[in-house]
Design a protein around this ligand. Sequence first.
Ligand code: C5P
Length: 205
Amino acid sequence: MIVTIDGVAASGKSSVSSGVAQALGVPYVSSGLLYRAATLLGLEASLDLHAAPHLLTLLGTHPVRLEPLAGGNRVWQGERELTDDLHSTRVDRGVSVVAALPEVREWVDAQLRALPEPFVAEGRDMGTNVFPHASHKFYLTASARIRAERRARERPEDVPAIEAALQRRDELDTVQSAPAPDALVIDTGPLDLQGVIDTILTRLR
Ligand code: C5P
């Protein structure tokens, strides 16, 4: 069994997926962390983020591993844990460029498809592209202002700056971020975290 939870940036996908996964007693899988890891490593190596070949060589020679757990995902490169470095503003800024590279998308998709079921998968294209056969699909939305207000609790910038950055990332992510035709679209604006989790669990039951 695979449940997919896709949605726009900062729509609460990770927290919701973690809550749903814990209620179901299965891991959740954060695909965005793999795109973020590729971006971080590219930035650290001063690579041109628009060019796939060097990035792919880097990922091939220093493999990155996603550890999916119900409570939170961790990302490793050998013995080095990358997790805490993946949500910086500079990774936020570069990640959509890296995620637009077809070779990087193939690298992420191959890792995700190799994971043992069952799990909850969250990202942009889990229900459309990576797991089109998933048994249940959800897509989370909310206005840019509401998402920026939520994210301002985790980032040093103010709400208008975060809102502008989110809208820019939404635009860059448009190609890979659309609800699957069979997904339930949930506007998380009027709901709190538990409300979104309960909406999904009710549908699953
Ligand atoms: O989910 P999160 O905001 O951490 O994702 C970071 C970025 O990774 C997104 O802005 C998007 O560019 C990319 N991404 C993607 N496809 C996914 C998950 C994330 O393109 N399935």
